[in-house]
Design a protein around this ligand. Structure first.
Ligand code: TYM
Length: 320
């Protein structure tokens, strides 16, 4: 079984990325042949500074390894180290109906928020389909926001197979429902583009400040509060034990504890949860050569697999 997923180096990784994709991907690396990559070609649609892109790629590589990606189990590489993927993207674009791309939320959202309406942004899902199909992927762990892109990938693969025969494997998304849409500090989906993220490896001071600034209602300390509609509890659930969550819920219902106190508990659980990963990250930062070597080796393995698919696809289309 081939498991594959990607992450854009478009900024610092956040808790949504971790629970929505990285943690499930890390758990899946024991269950099959895992391929995980840094989608640098994709991030060119929004990151336009070469220095920033290089820095982001480096940080994503270090952060993913620090979180537990094990290069002896999973193949870890940069998307752009396997240029065959852009060739497949073109070949797939010749079977992709315009209407399929016109319906994609991500293009509509990004252009509505002021991003330039480039062809790259519009064709983004075709390159993503190529990422998935070039490695004959079966399972793709992602958060809810990528569900439509997976549907587009499946449609494109079926179109291609319809025209040329059974050439491409049809992938399945794997979405972990309880973490499919991690909320941000304002209650909307956590996203770099909404500026509501809790970074995985932010400084202690900045992280505390962000958590303490979560907006709450003005219920006085002594009064009971509603635990069913609280961003603090939603985030706490990610990093605290069941007993700790239950205790916080009871304190909400009973009154006598203020939001400031709940936020302090959230910060402390959050900080402890990521402590081992922060330690590992420090070690990786001290050994830059190691990280480069991992992604270089990963790229060479990924390229072998991509070359076999592109050969099959070229032959199917009549390009020898
Ligand atoms: P990206 O870089 O935006 O996000 C990486 C992963 O994190 C998940 N995620 C979330 N999950 C739950 N709650 C959230 N608030 C949250 N925010 C982000 C995303 O769903 C994603 O799984 N297009 C992809 C990158 C990509 C890719 C691929 C993924 C390129 N090619 C091929 C899978 C297969 C993206 O922009 O993810």
């Amino acid at each position: 079984m081939r498991i594959l997923s990607g992450i854009q180096p478009s900024g610092r990784l956040h808790v949504g990325n971790y629970f929505g994709m990285m943690d499930p991907a890390i758990r899946l690396q024991d269950e099959g042949e895992a391929f995980y990559f840094i989608a640098d070609y994709h991030s060119l649609t929004t990151v336009h500074s070469p220095e920033e892109l290089r820095e982001n790629v480096r940080n994503v590589a270090i952060d993913f390894l620090a979180c537990g990606l094990d290069p002896s189990k999973a193949t870890f590489f940069r998307q752009s180290d396997v240029p065959e993927v852009t060739e497949l993207s073109w070949l797939l674009s010749t079977v992709t109906p315009m209407g399929l791309l016109e319906r994609c939320h991500s293009y509509k959202d990004k252009t509505a928020r002021g991003h330039e309406a480039t062809h790259g942004l519009f064709a983004y899902p075709v390159l993503m389909a190529a990422d998935i199909l070039i490695y004959d992927s079966n399972i793709v762990p992602v958060g809810e926001d990528q569900k439509q892109h997976l549907e587009v990938t499946r449609d494109i693969a079926l179109k291609f197979n319809n025209r040329y025969g059974e050439v491409l494997a049809i992938p399945e998304p794997r979405i972990r429902q309880e973490y499919a849409k991690v909320p941000g500090l304002d209650g909307k989906k956590m996203s770099k583009s909404y500026g509501n993220t809790l970074e995985l490896f932010g400084s202690e001071k900045a992280t505390r400040k962000k958590i303490m600034s979560i907006l709450t209602d003005s219920t006085p300390v002594e009064e009971a509060k509603d635990p069913s509609d609280s961003i603090i509890i939603d985030l706490y659930r990610l990093v605290a034990s069941n007993a700790e969550v239950e205790a916080m819920e009871n304190d909400y219902k009973n009154g006598g504890v203020g939001y400031g106190d709940f936020k302090k508990r959230l910060f402390s659980a959050y900080w402890d949860y990521f402590e081992p990963m922060r330690k590992r990250r420090e070690e990786l930062l001290a050994d830059p050569g190691y990280v480069d070597e991992i992604t270089r080796e990963g790229a060479s393995r990924a390229r072998e697999s991509a070359a076999a698919t592109i050969k099959r696809v070229r032959e199917a289309c009549g390009i020898y």
